[in-house]
Ligand binder design. Structure first.
Ligand code: R5P
Length: 312
């Protein structure tokens, strides 16, 4: 008898990506109900029985605090109802930027958040996690994980939409994404220098770019959060007489005011992937997420319905 497909449940707000992923993987969409009681507490119900199935919960994790409780309730419920394994597909994985203690007394939330998710899930798939001081998710997550790369898709978009592109990273942290996109798109690339002064204030230093005249500037970063980084870079480029730069990002976090900041700075088209649903989404990454899910499940340690070895 053929093995059953994985069962893929969408947490609220993730329905569109879940449909794309279910088709690409392929997985069977499951019915999950999540709602809040009048007192603000969450109720989660799995209407499709998960018994004996490899279960995946799809929940992108921008604004993660409110999403976390329903997500953990769903994971534990799937396990209690006999799921064979319970995985998390989080196209955007939160809390990776606080990867060290910057000021005495702060939490190192990247590690704490990873411990929390690792205690409730058997595996994890995400897209381009913000790995800066960590080299891999394995440094903080104790469960098997896979990071799908959006760079080939971003590069395809650049190749198809921008003539003579010059890829520009706004800061050192963006170097890995900019280099990968530039390599795949066969375009030149450079990286600017950033000093962060606060949550929304950054200073960007741009060298004289006169030697690149005739190229179309394409700013690329992994995350647009406050928009401060890209807005500062746009401002410096425009001050040198460059045309409105195309702005590319993997994760459209877009905190309140971010889009306005980009427009006010003089951005050209802003294009993001659908790891977080947003009006700027122009690149679908469900195919690379499906590849990552398939490959990870194929190498998942199996011991009946127990969790993989080494998992708390
Ligand atoms: C880290 O530095 C990242 O690569 C991004 O540049 C940063 O997270 C963007 O944040 P914001 O939009 O708030 O400047």
């Amino acid at each position: 008898m053929a093995a059953l497909q994985p069962l893929l449940y969408a947490l609220p707000g993730n329905e569109a990506f879940t449909r794309l992923l279910a088709r690409a993987w392929p997985a069977e969409p499951g019915q999950l109900l999540a709602r809040r009681f009048p007192d603000g507490e969450s109720l989660v119900r799995l209407d499709t029985p998960p018994r004996g199935r490899d279960v995946a919960l799809l929940c992108t994790l921008h604004e993660p605090d409110a999403r976390l409780v329903p997500l953990l309730l769903a994971a534990d419920t799937a396990r209690e109802l006999g799921a064979r394994s319970v995985g998390l597909v989080a196209p955007y994985l939160a809390y990776l930027r606080q990867d060290r203690i910057f000021h005495a007394g702060e939490s190192r939330s990247a590690a704490l958040f990873a411990r929390l998710l690792s205690a409730h899930f058997d595996w994890l798939v995400t897209v381009d996690p913000h790995l800066h001081r960590f080299h891999s998710l394995d440094e903080v997550y104790s469960i098997p994980s896979a990071a799908a790369a959006a760079a080939p898709l971003l590069a395809g978009w650049v190749a198809g939409n921008v003539e003579r592109p010059l890829l520009i990273g706004p800061d050192d942290e963006s170097r890995q994404w900019v280099a990968a996109i530039a390599r795949e798109a066969g375009a030149p690339a450079l990286v600017l220098e950033k000093v962060r002064r606060g949550d929304r204030e950054v200073e960007i230093r741009v060298p004289d770019l006169a030697g690149w005249a005739g190229h179309a500037p394409v700013l690329a970063d992994d995350i647009i959060a406050s928009g401060g980084t890209l807005a500062a870079a746009i401002g410096r480029l425009r001050a040198q007489g460059w045309p409105p730069p195309v702005c590319l990002a993997v994760h459209a976090v877009f905190a309140p005011g971010a889009q306005e900041a980009l427009v006010a700075a003089g951005a050209g088209p802003v294009v993001t992937t659908n790891t977080i649903e947003h009006a700027t989404n122009g690149i679908d990454v469900s195919s690379v997420v499906a590849d990552a899910c398939r490959n990870l499940l194929a190498r998942l340690p199996r011991r009946g319905t127990e969790r993989p070895a080494g998992v708390a």
